[in-house]
Design a protein around this ligand. Structure first.
Ligand code: NAD
Ligand code: WQD
Length: 357
């Protein structure tokens, strides 16, 4: 796979998608520097636990700085010390419900954090960014599958989603103003699963907001049952349909986007599989992968949810040469391997560590 040269700065690289991407970058022998303030990642003995495991899996060392992207002087030092060629910007708060309760915290962290990063990039002459956007920018889809020309910013139901939309607009404006700047906006659909080793994976702090980690925690016995939000949608079985994407495929999508991040301009790609699965189909697939029962009850719809959302990712295939390879069974099997080997996540002490459950 072709790749631009130089050191890659990964913000939020201790998190779920970031740690999987760092692992793939190291496997390609890329120089990687991670910054993360650990607001949503577990501290290990020295480095964050996820990155300690990435080091074990790759046999390579990860350069890590515990810092907030809002801390511009500290961030500028990292840029000056490492001659950063490209930034992959994962650092963000991502809990939809929490964003409704604490909108200012979300705008401050996600939008101001991105502006702080862009200020430092400007100061240090770095003009290449890959941004973690989200299918949430499409709001309630007008047609399916959703491609990149679908309107964005309309009917987004929560502040988290609006932070992603606002950042996209900022990056588009920046690319107009600075003809040398390159921004790649990757709109992820529903990232799930874990590295095949089962040593890194998704480790939510507190009760999971998303389906797959909730199902995993029910299967492993951390939670008694799943609530299925809505059984009366206009879908084949009445439950919500989403485009679940294996996190390893997603991580590889960032590698595929690296050459684009050397081409000035704003480049936008959906990253999904193009196939939708319902909540009940995910439960069935997880039962098969884990051999465990997944007790559930169908309850009222969750505010802000849409019936169906899945991607047209053909642009990424055409222009980046990227296509999701892994199936829903691979997603469930790897999520189960991670969860069953790490019942309580990275900090495996029940009742201890940072976890509440
Ligand atoms: P995550 O919470 O596991 O990782 C985010 C990381 O960013 C965490 O390690 C956190 O400690 C760090 N962070 C947050 N604010 C920071 C700051 N101000 N300074 C430094 N570090 C900071 O989340 P994830 O699932 O890995 O998501 C990564 C990115 O992808 C986020 O931008 C998220 O919005 C986006 N995204 C995620 C999903 C999903 O379903 N997981 C879907 C679409 C988009
Ligand atoms: C999937 C399906 C739920 C939990 C969210 C964000 C989006 C993006 C990805 C970051 C839906 C149902 C869920 C549960 C359930 N994140 N469900 N019981 O809502 O598609 O997307 O994560 O950018 O912005 O909104 O994902 O995993 O929460 O839900 O029945 O306990 O599972 O109603 O149909 P969603 P999800």
């Amino acid at each position: 796979m072709p790749a631009v040269a130089g050191t890659v700065l990964v913000t939020g690289g201790a998190g779920f998608i970031g740690s999987h991407t760092v692992l793939e970058l190291l496997n390609l022998n890329r120089e990687v520097v991670v910054v993360d303030n650990l607001v949503n990642a577990a501290q290990g003995v020295g480095k964050p636990a996820s990155l300690e495991r990435v080091e074990r899996l790759t046999g390579k060392t990860v350069t890590f700085y515990s810092l907030d992207v809002l801390d511009k002087p500290a961030l500028a030092k990292v840029f000056k010390q490492h001659e950063i060629a490209t930034v992959i910007h994962f650092a963000a708060l991502k809990a939809v419900g929490e964003s409704v309760e604490k909108p200012l915290a979300y705008y401050r962290n996600n939008v101001n954090g991105t502006i702080a990063l862009l200020d430092v990039m400007e100061e240090c002459g770095c003009k290449s960014l890959i941004f973690s956007s989200s299918a949430t920018v499409y709001g309630s889809p007008q047609s399916l599958p959703v491609d990149e020309s679908h309107p964005t910013g309309v009917a987004i139901t929560n502040p988290y989603g609006r932070t992603k939309f606002v950042i996209e607009e900022i990056l588009k404006d920046l690319c107009v103003a600075d003809k040398e700047f390159s921004a790649v906006l990757l709109r992820y659909f529903n990232p799930v699963g874990a590295h095949a080793s089962g040593d890194i994976g998704e480790d939510p702090n507190g009760p999971p907001n998303n389906l797959m980690p909730y199902v995993s925690q029910v299967a492993v016995g951390r939670r008694p049952k799943l609530q299925v939000f809505g059984g009366d949608y206009d879908t084949p079985d009445g439950t919500g349909v989403r485009d679940y994407l294996h996190v390893v495929d997603l991580a590889k999508g960032h590698l595929a986007a690296l050459p684009k991040s050397a081409e000035p301009g704003c480049h936008i790609y959906n990253l999904g599989t193009g196939s939708g699965f319902s909540v009940l189909q995910v439960i069935e697939a997880f039962k098969k992968a884990s051999g465990r029962d997944i007790p559930y009850e169908v309850v009222a719809r969750r505010a802000g949810d849409v019936a169906s959302l899945y991607a047209d990712s053909s642009k990424a295939e055409r222009e980046l040469g990227w296509r999701a390879e892994l199936t829903i069974d691979d997603m469930c099997a790897s999520a189960w391997r991670w969860q069953s080997r790490n019942k309580y996540g990275f900090l495996c002490t029940a009742g201890g560590g940072r976890h509440q459950w």
